[in-house]
Design a protein around this ligand. Structure first.
Ligand code: MG
Length: 156
């Protein structure tokens, strides 16, 4: 068994769509990034790469690559899974914690789990997504950005 953890954070700004866990969420702000800014998927990719000893998402998908501008992060997730599988490894489960003051994410969590599980080839019960605020503390609490922590388990 190989465990991996990942973390990512992006800044919120007006005039951007908010995409988390592959779900477009109605909100007055979205995340600034070279890709679609799906911080949840980016943390998950880093956890997968970490468990496999393959570095980080920036090494495989640099934000200097014009081909990745605005890319759907689900494509990055599927490419990350392919890198992991090429090492003879497969994921067993993922556990994610999204840190956001707003919007309320609970109505979207089940759909996110279905999407991520489909991309990882897992049952949706094997993909856990939890959401928390920080009770107004720090950058997430002030609504400056959204962060996500991820843990995954791989086996050979
Ligand atoms: Mg990112």
């Amino acid at each position: 068994m190989l465990i991996g953890q990942g973390y990512d954070a992006h800044r919120l700004a007006s005039g951007r769509p908010l995409v988390l866990g592959g779900v477009r969420i109605p909100h007055d702000q979205g995340l600034i990034a070279h890709s679609d800014g799906d911080v949840l998927i980016h943390a998950l990719c880093d956890a997968l790469l970490g468990a496999a000893g393959l570095g980080d998402i920036g090494r495989h998908f640099p934000d200097s690559d014009p081909a990745l501008a605005g890319i759907d992060s689900r494509a990055l997730l599927r490419r990350t899974l392919a890198l992991v599988q090429a090492q003879g490894l497969k994921p067993h489960n993922a556990d994610l914690t999204v840190v956001a003051q707003r919007p309320k994410l609970a109505p979207h969590v089940d759909r996110m789990r279905e999407i991520l599980a489909a991309d990882l080839g897992l049952a949706s019960q094997r993909v856990s997504i939890k959401a928390t605020t920080t009770e107004g503390m720090g950058f997430a609490g002030r609504g400056e950005g959204i962060a996500c922590y991820a843990v995954v388990l791989l086996s050979e």
